[in-house]
Design a protein around this ligand. Structure first.
Ligand SMILES: C=C(O[C@@H]1C=C(C(=O)O)C=C[C@H]1O)C(=O)O
Length: 410
């Protein structure tokens, strides 16, 4: 389905006084009222957010990761760390689209034609205050104490020492009270303002819940000119006045940890027998108030005999060793046996497919994120372990990472 077949609805005269952001809010309120899944996001470097609304919850269920090619359906992927009945893999079809950079119209897909009368009426209706955000029905995950987390790290290091795994990423959930009158859309706008280089997102899906995030990590990207990109992102230290990308020094442990993630990606290329890729880095990059090491990988799809490389790579990559570990199956087993909580959509992936244009998709690893519940937020962070990991330092690293998304709660 091409977005060129979409019907463009113009805002009526009654909406003339609403700016692009007020229109976004009005459309979000309408989607929430009618129980439709929605995604709001702002790409790194973009000036304005976009909104996608799916016509129904049923239409979002998908068993597989999305196909990354120009003919595939347009929509927004929301994939859990591990696909399960509690945390289903979702692909929100692009039924209603709004781009705050072009606030004169709202686009409706051919499959959502029956929404046009109600939507037309809604565009002319007065703004409502109440926003009924969706909350997950799953139990609130256990929030590890410092003692519990350092123990988990110790077990992870032991698993590396005894060669059960080469690398594993442990993580934890933390709970924070919601500020009075917490408004997820205002929080999204704050993340948008604060982190121009991040992929900033707000999802709300009936039964699944409401998630906010500001992630630095691309999982898989395909562009209109036929380029595939991915990255190996790992290693963490705080950005300070003295320590910047130009002056940062990395320890052996961090260099090795990031190199393992890069190796994991090269192994995925090898499995597909792809040899023609460009590798740049590792370089030190800024993500919020943190520094990471990043290697960029690029493949010119016009020069390789793999038309479905994007789709195949996505299926091989997730979950990468930046959030799972190496070897993948052993690291996933360790996490399942030892982590003691449900990651749900944290360290899964999300992003638009064929929305901006056919053949343009950008999927991000869902990091620096939180889940909104009725009376609290659940924040998530993890750390990549190697044989030299110090449990106390790893706890501190999760604290630093939690700070990024905590900006949504101020
Ligand atoms: C797991 C997270 O981040 C990942 C792990 C990193 C690390 O171990 O240093 C760095 C960046 C991310 O690839 C997280 O933010 O929760």
């Amino acid at each position: 389905m091409q977005t060129s077949e979409f019907r463009q609805l113009r805002w009526p005269a009654a909406a003339a006084g609403l700016d692009a952001h007020a229109r976004l809010r009005h459309l979000v309120a309408g989607a929430l009222r009618t129980g439709r899944p929605l995604a709001v996001w702002r790409e790194p470097g973009a000036a304005t957010p976009r909104l996608l609304v799916a016509r129904s919850l049923e239409a979002t269920y998908t068993g597989l990761p999305p196909a990354l090619d120009a003919q595939a359906p347009a929509g927004f992927a929301f994939f859990p760390f591990r696909d399960s009945d509690q945390n289903p893999a979702l692909f929100l079809p692009a039924d209603v689209l709004y781009d705050a950079g072009q606030p004169e119209t709202v686009a409706v897909s051919p499959k959502a034609r029956e929404l046009v009368p109600n939507l037309t009426a809604w565009l002319a209706a007065g703004m409502v205050k109440e926003m009924a955000w969706h909350h997950s029905a799953q139990p609130v995950p256990h929030a590890a104490t410092e003692a519990e987390y350092t123990q988990l790290v110790t077990r992870g290091v032991e698993a590396i020492e005894t060669q059960q795994v080469l690398k594993v990423v442990t993580s934890r959930a933390a709970r924070r009270a919601l500020p009075a009158g917490f408004d997820p859309l205002a929080a999204f706008t704050e993340l948008d303002r604060k982190y121009p280089l991040a992929f900033v997102s707000l999802m709300s899906v009936p039964g699944v819940g409401t998630w906010l995030g500001a992630t630095p990590e691309i999982l898989a990207e395909v562009t209109a000119d036929g380029t595939f990109r991915t990255m190996a992102l790992a290693a963490t230290q705080p950005l300070t006045a003295e320590v910047t990308p130009r002056t940062a020094i990395w320890r052996q442990k961090e260099i090795e940890e990031q190199a393992l993630v890069a190796r994991y990606i090269v192994n995925c290329f090898k499995q597909l027998r792809l040899r023609e890729y460009h590798e740049t880095g590792p370089r030190t990059i800024i993500a919020g108030e943190l520094l990471h090491l990043r290697t960029d990988f690029e493949v010119n799809l016009k020069h390789v005999p793999f038309p479905s490389l994007g789709t195949d790579m996505l299926r091989l990559l997730h979950p990468t060793s930046a959030v799972g570990g190496m070897p993948k199956a052993a690291a996933m087993h360790f996490i399942q046996q030892n982590e003691g909580y449900d990651r749900a959509y944290y360290s899964g992936f999300l992003g638009p497919v064929n929305v901006a244009a056919p053949g343009v998709a950008r999927l991000y690893v869902n990091l620096r994120c939180l889940q909104v519940r009725a009376d609290q937020a659940i924040l998530y962070a993890g750390t990549g372990l190697t044989v030299d990991s110090d449990p106390e330092r790893e706890w501190q690293e999760t604290e630093m990472k939690l700070r990024t998304i905590s900006a949504a709660l101020q």
